[in-house]
Design a protein around this ligand. Structure first.
Ligand code: E4P
Length: 218
């Protein structure tokens, strides 16, 4: 399973990258706005050191606007993936960009039908939003599982990026669906390796070791 980091914060990416856990990065206009830096500068800096896809999102709503923006974003680096919001205009843009060899990630996917449309239009990635579906009383993980089944059944090469991941249980459940990728906020990562029993175990071993050493030095 691949892990993308869901952030535009360079320090956060560098920290997690040291652990060998970063296969790519996703950003969106909200995440970019939090950094308070020029869009191009941030994306190019990230794309320059991350060994994997770096996602940058268009903001136009018309197909022609999205296509123009996508061409610009794709020229910022060889590993740039252009995020296109799910819509009729978005599908038109994805289809045209795919023919040009520009890779896309269709974002804001909330149903199997939307995912299927995006894959058929030629998207390299689709992003079902797990947490936001849970927020409205639906089961986001179930959508990921269904999309995985459909992609496998019909042999689509489109990779599923489980997005809007909010906690450890999300990640563990997503992993069980066989989703290709989970994109995870930097704040969630430590929760994936921390465990109170691990901390307690280390404390216990260290205390016992100190007592043992004292006994040896008598
Ligand atoms: C990633 O591609 C998405 O933009 C992101 O995961 C959305 O997460 P949120 O629902 O927590 O904003």
């Amino acid at each position: 399973m691949k892990f993308f980091l869901d952030t535009a914060n360079v320090e956060e990416i560098r920290r997690i990258e040291k652990l060998g856990l970063v296969d790519g990065v996703t950003t969106n206009p909200t995440l970019i706005s939090k950094e308070g830096r020029p869009f191009k500068e941030v994306i190019q800096e990230i794309a320059g050191f991350v060994d994997g896809p770096v996602n940058a999102e268009v903001v136009g709503l018309k197909a022609e606007e999205m296509i123009t923006e996508a061409r610009k974003l794709a020229a910022w680096g060889d590993n740039i993936i252009v995020k296109i919001p799910m819509s009729e205009e978005g599908l038109e843009a994805v289809h045209a960009l795919t023919k040009e060899g520009i890779k896309t990630n269709v974002t804001l996917v909330f149903s199997v039908a939307q995912g299927l449309m995006a894959a058929k239009a030629g998207a390299s990635f689709i992003s079902p939003f797990v947490g936001r579906l849970d927020d409205i009383g639906k089961d986001g993980v179930e959508l990921v599982a269904e999309l995985k089944q459909v992609m496998d059944e019909y042999g689509y090469k489109t990779e599923i990026i489980a997005a809007s991941v909010r906690h450890l249980q999300h990640l563990e459940s997503i992993a069980l669906t066989g989703a290709d990728i989970a994109t995870i906020p930097g704040s969630i990562f430590p929760k994936l390796w921390d465990h109170p029993l691990t901390d307690k175990g280390i404390d216990g071993f260290l205390k016992d070791w100190e007592a043992y050493e004292k006994g040896q030095n008598k």
